[in-house]
Design a protein around this ligand. Sequence first.
Ligand SMILES: C[S@@+](CC[C@H](N)C(=O)[O-])C[C@H]1O[C@@H](n2cnc3c(N)ncnc32)[C@H](O)[C@@H]1O
Length: 211
Amino acid sequence: MDLTNVDKAALAQQLRKPEGSMGKEVGKAMELYNGKAISFTLESLHIQPRDHVLEIGFGPGEGIAQAVQLTPQGYVAGIDHSPVMLTMAGERNHRAIMQEHVELTLGSADKLPYEDASFDKIFSVNVFHFWTDPARELAECRRVLKPGGSIAFFLTHPSSWLPGLRDTGVFIAREAEDIEKLLLAAGFGNVETHTTKTEPDGKGFVVVGRG
Ligand SMILES: C[S@@+](CC[C@H](N)C(=O)[O-])C[C@H]1O[C@@H](n2cnc3c(N)ncnc32)[C@H](O)[C@@H]1O
């Protein structure tokens, strides 16, 4: 799917919550563009083989697949509110799900269905910009992260968004400094930002914090 020719209001909604056949096409486009951003995010977390890892907003499931490779003796959970993405990511990670290495759940970031202190690492790629008032989501992340665990939020920089997406009002344009402040306000420590290039020729950043 050539995302430059698609109606931007419809595309923004599909990126926020993929639905139907268009949602599947948008999911395939995410697979094409987000692999490097996901690797960059996971590198920033220094994942260990026995870690329990959570991805919020797993989309077509590339982040889950990469986290599986890094946790041969660990466990990977994922949550996404799109049934279409649950199906795509489930197919992509079928074997790891059968081996009980992975568990994918339909649900929302503002009500995480996990026990307190369940995870060593939490990550999310291009999801935070949909959260209008992220205090609730961040409180949930803090609750399910083990004390001393790490969290990483990757975002494509607003200057690299497809033309027209910003005007839809679906995305909230935030700088890394804004995300850092929100993490500090939510009680995370050791907050820092790393920047990188994104596909095809944009820029992005990951904000990392400690629970
Ligand atoms: C732009 S896509 C990114 C997907 C994937 N992280 C990637 O990089 O390819 C955003 C994903 O987050 C999910 N999402 C957005 N807001 C969410 C929320 N509040 N709770 C759970 N999932 C959410 C959407 O359904 C979608 O699959």
